[in-house]
Design a protein around this ligand. Structure first.
Ligand code: NAD
Length: 266
C-alpha cells in the first residue's frame, strides 16, 4: 500500500484526490493538509470531500504528516508547491505535482529539487491528454509544416492562469516536434489589425466560462483540410485518478523528474 498525503485538501482538486485515494485499492490516505488558519483544519477529510468519514483529520502541519507518507500529491499554487517540495526533499518523500502556472524560474527550481527525490509533474494527469500529447507528435510531424496551428482551451470561471498549463504542454510538443521554440512562435490572442497569419506561429485562445472542467482542441489547418485533436474532461476525477496512479507508480523509483508519459509507459 502506498501512503499518500494530499495538500490543498479543501480545493477543487484536493476533494477529488481524497475521493480517488479512498476508492483506490492500492493506496491509503496518510494525511490531508489545508492552508494554515483554514476553518477546515481538524475536520474529517471525507467530510470535506463529501464522501463520509475516513477517519483522517485535516491539519495545516505538513511536516507532521510526512513521517507516515510515501508520496505527497500537491495541486495548489506554484509558491505553495515549491515550499512543500522543500519539505518533501528534507523528509525524502516522493511527490506528484499537478499545480500549473509556474514561471520559468519556478520551473527551474522544481527541476533542480527533483534531482533529490522522485517527482511526477504533469500539467494534465488525464489518460486522454497524455495520449493526445503522443498523437500530436505524429500530427505535427506529418501535417505541421504545411498547417496553421491553433490551440483553443476552455475552463471554468475560477481558473486563475491562462493559457492553461495543458494548452502550453500541447503547444510545446508541437513546437518541439517542428523544431520551433514555443516562446518565440506562440501568439496569445489577437486584436485589431493583426496582418496576415505567419505559418510559423502557434496561436492560443482562451475561454473562461461557467463550470467547464477543461476542454482543449489543437487545430491543424492546411489547404483544403483541417485536423482537430480534441479532449474534453467532464470530471476532475480523471485528473485525480491519474495522479493516484502516478503516486503508486512512483514508489521505489530513483530520484528524478518523471512525466505522465513515463507513468503510462507510452
Ligand atoms: P483551488 O483554488 O480549488 O485549490 C487550491 C488549493 O491550494 C486550496 O485548497 C488552497 O487552500 C490551497 N492553497 C492556496 N494557497 C495556499 C497556501 N499559501 N498554503 C497552503 N495551501 C494553499 O484550485 P484547483 O482547481 O484545485 O487547482 C489547483 C491547481 O491544480 C491549479 O494550479 C490548477 O491549474 C491545477 N490543476 C491541474 C490539473 C492537472 O491534471 N495537472 C488538473 C486540474 C487542476
Amino acid at each position: 500500500m502506498t501512503n499518500i498525503a494530499i495538500t490543498g485538501a479543501s480545493g477543487r482538486m484536493g476533494k477529488a484526490l481524497i475521493e480517488a485515494v479512498s476508492l483506490d485499492g492500492n493506496s491509503n490516505l496518510s494525511g490531508a493538509v489545508v492552508r494554515s488558519g483554514s476553518s477546515l483544519s481538524g475536520v474529517d477529510a471525507g467530510d470535506i470531500a463529501g464522501i463520509g468519514k475516513l477517519n483522517v483529520i485535516t491539519t495545516s502541519d505538513l511536516s507532521g504528516v510526512l513521517d507516515e507518507t510515501d508520496v505527497l500529491i500537491d495541486f495548489t499554487t506554484p509558491a505553495t508547491t515549491l515550499a512543500n517540495l522543500e519539505l518533501c526533499v528534507a523528509s525524502n518523500v516522493a511527490m506528484v505535482v499537478g499545480t500549473t502556472g509556474f514561471t520559468q524560474e519556478q520551473l527551474a527550481e522544481l527541476e533542480s529539487q527533483a534531482e533529490k527525490i522522485p517527482v511526477v509533474f504533469a500539467a494534465n494527469f488525464s489518460t486522454g491528454i497524455t495520449l493526445a500529447l503522443q498523437l500530436l507528435e505524429t500530427a505535427a510531424r506529418v501535417m505541421g509544416a504545411d498547417s496553421d496551428i491553433e490551440i483553443t482551451e476552455t475552463h471554468h470561471r475560477n481558473k486563475v492562469d491562462a493559457p492553461s498549463g495543458t494548452a502550453l504542454a500541447l503547444g510545446r510538443v508541437v513546437a518541439d516536434t517542428l523544431g520551433r521554440n514555443l516562446d518565440d512562435c506562440a501568439v496569445y490572442g489577437r486584436e485589431g489589425i493583426t496582418g496576415v497569419r505567419d505559418r510559423e506561429t502557434i496561436g492560443f485562445s482562451t475561454v473562461r466560462a461557467g463550470d467547464v472542467v477543461g476542454d482543449h482542441t489543437v487545430l491543424f489547418a492546411s489547404e483544403g483540410e483541417r485536423l482537430e485533436i480534441t479532449h474534453k474532461a467532464s470530471s476532475r476525477m480523471s485528473f485525480a485518478r491519474g495522479a493516484v496512479r502516478a503516486a503508486n507508480w512512483l514508489t521505489g523509483k530513483p530520484a528524478g523528474l518523471y512525466s505522465m508519459k513515463d507513468v503510462l509507459e507510452l
